[in-house]
Design a protein around this ligand. Structure first.
Ligand SMILES: Nc1ncnc2c1ncn2[C@@H]1O[C@H](COP(=O)(O)OP(=O)(O)OP(=O)(O)O)[C@@H](O)[C@H]1O
Length: 650
């Protein structure tokens, strides 16, 4: 089918040149617009499949304003821009374009970009529809199951989180009953952990008296329609406490969404989603809720009238206790510690995409848990019983990587005495994790691209292609966009792997998780070393919270491991070396044989790093670090692995 493209570009010559290129390449041009107003007119007249969108346009409004409209109408769009101002680029990025081309670009890049943008767009629409169908099914199941309203709402919280992210969900009949507060809600306290919030809990948390709550309820405004608020509820009287203002203050809420549905008896029932992040809710969320309206109405009836009396007695006793620690369906995330909203946001995305075959790109600094998340995605996917194969693209020498990934036939090269399966074939039916994909050499980038396009591999020495069914999860700590701009990473591959990016926050962005992580690792290592765990010294915890953690969770894990090694099993863990980013021991901490071993390991580590620096990071070959140290490259690589020496240490 011929695809229709709308060109939104204020330079006439560029626009008509684009038109010619597109028409010659089989596209239909549905219009050319030089301003945001013209673009809107054209969109009304003739809906395009894809829009090529310049950022700077004639008039007051920019391409970014149009992008928001396109997103809400599910029209694919690609930015064309000469503007490299970082602020504008960041703003453009927040509109989630299907592609981006920096002017001047080659005709070939434009056509590839359009092709990929369409692929990404169609894929995300399909994923969205699948997600809606799945949610409808899950809501119906919840509605029909024999459980009380509190349990039903907990399940609703668990499944809605993936499409309408929230820190607090609440629901109840409107208008409000001022004598008894009957809204029920859940506060998110972990990835799939929620704490019940009913009247009693609200009174405890806010420290309000029952009579004061009644006054607040009486002063509260009721929304008639679906509404998004960013912070202050505009419709309420200033300086008079209301329910929404109380919730905003108590739970540090920055934005919320109200979604009313109508019950069969005509009463109004409201769902509320509250978030600690600003401007989180958009028309995209409203449109998702609208698609789920019937299911949400059905389940609302059950929440209000459907309680089985026998269960509700049991529930009454249960309502007395917090449902803290209740867990839903994600045991795979159990070992991912932390509940900072940036981490939870990343886990939400992972849970959403896990089910599909979509390629995932995990971004984040070194040591933030990318590999851990990749494994969780595999375990959450329907491929969980098939192989999960990890490849560290940076660790395999350039000469071996092709055979490592795609395998070789017997006799394909001098050392190929046997036919060998590559990692892709080993991962058939399962998932391959391409760690540090940003380090791949250009020759390998083409081959991975071919796999992503054709799902075929060619092993070295073979003339035929083999189909393999492998889901790709890749990770990098590099800024791939910069690598593309510098010509080190192929643009077409970038778009294929970047279909579903998930960014893991650095540890310094989620300092509130340090305590929990530290205790988790401390318990783990004390168990491993057979020492009783007596806690962590307050001064150590304070130092850890004040520190910036350039090595992220891996560094924290190492620090705790060292503290556990040096602990005498009778006292709390304490820091024996300063947190500096480099764990060089000071002489006054050497008290035990383990201290000596540690010091030796540190000295060896420093020595290897200095030789590697001398060899410009090369392990193998003439003047490589192995030759300079007069040891086998494999021995050096194994030492590097043990001593956790990574590229960024050099
Ligand atoms: N949220 C977490 N909870 C518990 N342990 C974690 C968490 N995130 C990471 N870890 C641990 O921290 C260490 C580093 O994690 P991982 O190897 O997944 O990081 P990475 O981002 O892939 O690092 P790199 O980019 O250097 O390969 C691992 O031992 C992992 O188990």
């Amino acid at each position: 089918m011929t695809k229709k493209v709308l060109i939104v570009e204020d330079e006439f010559i560029v626009a008509s040149n684009l038109q010619q290129v597109l028409q010659r390449s089989g596209y239909e041009v549905s219009g050319i617009a030089a301003s945001a107003e013209e673009a809107e007119e054209s969109l009304k007249r003739n809906r395009p499949d894809i829009v090529l969108l310049d950022i700077r346009l004639q008039g007051e409004r920019s391409g970014i304003d149009i992008a928001r409209k396109l997103k809400s109408e599910h029209i694919a769009f690609v930015y064309l821009s000469a503007n490299s101002n970082q602020k504008v680029l960041e703003e453009a990025k927040m509109t989630y374009p299907d592609g981006f081309l920096v002017k001047p670009y080659r005709k070939k890049d434009l056509l590839i970009m359009l092709d990929i943008a369409w692929y990404r767009h169609a894929h995300s629409l399909e994923a969205k529809t699948n997600q809606e169908i799945l949610l409808q099914k899950q809501l119906t199941e919840i509605s029909n199951e024999n459980s009380d309203s509190q349990q039903k709402l907990l399940k609703i919280a668990g499944i809605m989180q993936s499409c309408i992210p929230f820190d607090l969900i609440k629901s109840g009949l409107r208008p409000l009953n001022t004598v008894q507060f009957k809204d029920k809600g859940y506060l998110r306290i972990g990835f799939d952990e929620y704490q019940f919030i009913g009247e009693k809990e609200l009174l405890t948390i806010t420290n309000l008296k029952r009579t004061a709550l009644s006054v607040i309820l009486a002063n509260s405004h009721v929304d008639i329609n679906t509404t998004i608020y960013n912070n202050e509820p505009a419709s309420e009287k200033p300086n008079i406490p209301s329910l929404q203002k109380t919730l905003i203050e108590t739970f540090n809420i920055q934005s919320y969404l109200v979604f009313p549905v109508v019950l069969s008896n005509g009463l109004s029932f409201h769902y509320f989603f509250y978030n600690r992040q600003r401007n989180i809710y958009t028309n995209k969320h409203i449109s998702m809720l609208d698609h789920l309206r019937t299911s949400l109405e059905e389940v609302a009836e059950k929440l209000i009238y459907g309680d089985n009396p026998a269960i509700s007695k049991y529930d009454q006793a249960n309502a007395e206790r917090k449902l803290q620690g209740d867990s839903l369906n994600y045991p795979e995330f159990r070992s991912i510690i932390g509940n900072h909203h940036l981490l939870l946001g990343a886990l939400d995305l992972a849970a959403q995409v896990a089910f599909y075959n979509t390629s995932v790109l995990i971004l984040g600094e070194s040591g933030t848990g990318k590999e851990k998340l990749a494994r969780a995605i595999h375990l959450l996917s329907p491929r969980k019983n098939a192989p999960y194969i990890t490849v560290n693209c940076a660790a395999i020498p350039a000469t071996l990587i092709e055979s490592e990934l795609f395998g070789h036939e017997k006799g394909a090269f001098t050392d190929a005495t046997e036919k060998r399966k590559g990692k892709f074939e080993q991962a058939d039916g399962g998932t391959i994790f391409l760690d540090e994909i940003g380090e791949l050499l250009p020759e390998m980038q083409v081959k991975i691209l071919r796999f992503l396009q054709e799902k075929e591999i060619q092993c070295i020495g073979s003339s035929s292609l083999t189909k393999v069914n492998v889901r790709v999860v890749a990770a990098t700590n590099r800024n791939l966009e910069k690598e593309v701009a510098a010509g080190n990473f192929r643009l077409d591959l970038y778009y294929r792997v970047n279909v579903f990016p998930i960014t893991l926050p650095s540890l310094r962005e989620r300092k509130s998780d340090i305590k929990e992580l530290a205790i988790y690792f401390a318990e783990k290592f004390c168990r491993e070393f057979n020492k009783p765990f007596h806690g962590i010294l307050t001064s150590m915890m304070e130092d850890m919270i004040a520190y910036d953690w350039p090595g992220n969770i891996r560094e924290l894990e190492n620090v705790i491991e060292q503290a556990a090694v040096l602990n005498n099993g009778k006292s709390k863990l304490e820091l024996k070396r300063k947190l500096t980013g480099h764990t060089i021991p000071t002489t006054n901490v050497i008290k035990t044989l383990e201290d000596v071993k540690n010091t030796q390991a540190e000295t060896e580590r420093e020595y290897i790093i200095s030789i590697l620096k001398q060899a410009n990071g090369r392990v193998r070959g003439s003047n490589g670090a192995a030759q300079l140290m007069n040891i086998k490259p494999t021995t050096l690589e194994s030492k590097m692995g043990k001593l956790k020496i990574r590229r960024e240490d050099l």
